[in-house]
Design a protein around this ligand. Sequence first.
Ligand SMILES: [Zn+2]
Length: 135
Amino acid sequence: MLFWRDVSGVPNHYKKDETYHNIRKALGQVDVVDVDGGRVRVYVNADEPLQFTRRAGFANGDVIRVTLKYEDLHGYCFTSKRISHKEGTCHELSEGQREKNRLDRIEQKEKEERAMREAFSLTTRHAPERARSPG
Ligand SMILES: [Zn+2]
């Protein structure tokens, strides 16, 4: 599958062909390099783990660390980082781990919702009191 990957974390003075070609060497089969847009288009093998960070080295010894973002990537396995399946059917997880991850995520969501409700009720509780009428 072809994916555009946004490459962020490239210092301005390294925003040039050489950098993206270095990164592309690390990523494998690159289709197009868009230096101005700061992105590379690569073939992603659905059975290979996705990569989200990469180091690129330069002739002068500098090494930079870049972050990769996949455009139009709508789902992948959070455990093995593969797009061939979702976590629910991952072979790298035992039944118990899958269930635990699922519950962890539900708990996380509930925690966030609770925090949001509490933040909301705090603001209402601490709303300025009505001015007392004189006398
Ligand atoms: Zn998996």
